[in-house]
Ligand binder design. Structure first.
Ligand SMILES: Nc1ncnc2c1ncn2[C@@H]1O[C@H](COP(=O)(O)OP(=O)(O)O)[C@@H](O)[C@H]1O
Ligand SMILES: [Mg+2]
Length: 291
């Protein structure tokens, strides 16, 4: 695919409508995502922003069909016309990895310390492509590592996760996602654990991948500055609610909601602080419904 038409909006690849996520607890039902709507056009990049606890991860896990025990999603999540919320687990397993890939904040928890990274990328690839030899899969793994700019990929593929820095491990996770040629990549706080310089490099890599492969991207972050680097549309969440959405230009130049304005005000401070929006942190307002 050429990189020309990545912003083509002839059809939404992902359309989330009236999505709610609830957990059943001893005190009743807690709604952690409350009737949110958004869409990602084919090849588009959406940033989901909000402070810790606002429901960003639960939104992405609902899309992947990976909500923790006790969590239920209602509404609709249409991906390429299919409603993911009514797909069987076997179909979801195929969609995950194969069509929608997910990258998490902490690559170490997704990598097995006892296998080389090359073997792990290759085996992940083989688990989604039947009949591929170990040798062919290894070649795919090395190519993917090369595409995320890991120097000397053929040799590095034989190294173990602990032999890489945090930024390099995140590149390996991105390589693993890329090897599947997904239509959509969901990255949940992929740079939060990294220092500022490495953070910028990983964001640049995500932008490059999006341009070169035409894959759509959902970038989840608590950091508005991160969104402006990569995304073209933005959703702002707070306490499970969607407070604002729009193009990055519109939201940054003319935020409609007081909460978004406060997040924006905190952006310049990120450079000298640790990258947390602590200064504007507001307690999570999770709705409790007694049953
Ligand atoms: N297993 C669970 N049971 C009940 N509530 C949960 C569970 N996991 C997360 N939550 C709650 O859901 C809310 C949203 O969490 P999350 O989506 O992880 O926030 P974010 O990713 O924006 O930081 C939080 O208030 C959190 O406490
Ligand atoms: Mg989260």
């Amino acid at each position: 695919m050429t990189g020309e038409n990545v912003n083509d909006t002839t059809g939404d690849m992902l359309r989330v409508e009236d999505l709610s996520v609830e957990f059943r607890t001893a005190n009743g039902v807690t709604r952690v995502v409350d009737s949110i709507d958004f869409a990602v056009p084919r090849g588009g990049a959406l940033g989901i922003v909000g402070e810790s606890g606002s429901g960003k991860s639960m939104t992405s896990l609902a899309i992947m069909g990976l909500l923790p025990k006790g969590g239920t999603a209602t509404g609709s999540i249409r991906f390429d016309g299919k409603d993911l919320l009514s797909e069987r687990e076997s179909a979801m397993r195929r969609i995950r990895g194969d069509r929608i890939a997910m990258i998490f904040q902490d690559p170490l928890s997704s990598l097995n310390p006892y296998y080389t990274v090359g073997v792990q990328i290759a085996e992940a690839y083989r688990s989604h492509r039947s009949g591929v030899s170990a040798r062919a899969a290894k070649k795919v793994a090395v190519e993917a590592m090369d595409r995320v700019h890991i120097h000397d990929a053929a040799r590095r593929a034989d190294h173990y996760p602990h032999q890489f820095s945090g930024g390099m491990r995140q590149r390996i996770m991105i390589a693993m996602a890329l090897s599947m040629e997904p239509d959509l990549i969901i990255a949940d706080e992929p740079t939060t654990a990294l220092d500022v310089t490495v953070q910028a490099q990983i964001l640049a890599l995500l932008a490059e991948i999006r341009r070169d492969t035409g894959a759509g991207l959902i970038l989840i972050t608590h950091d508005l500055a991160v969104v402006s680097e990569v995304a073209d549309r933005i959703v702002v969440m707070r306490g499970g609610h969607l407070v604002e959405k729009g193009s990055v230009e519109d939201v940054f130049s003319d935020p409609q909601h007081e909460y978004t304005r406060r997040l924006l005000d905190a952006v310049p401070r990120i450079d000298d602080e640790i990258g947390e929006l602590r200064t504007t942190a507001i307690p999570v307002v999770a709705e409790e419904e007694k049953r």
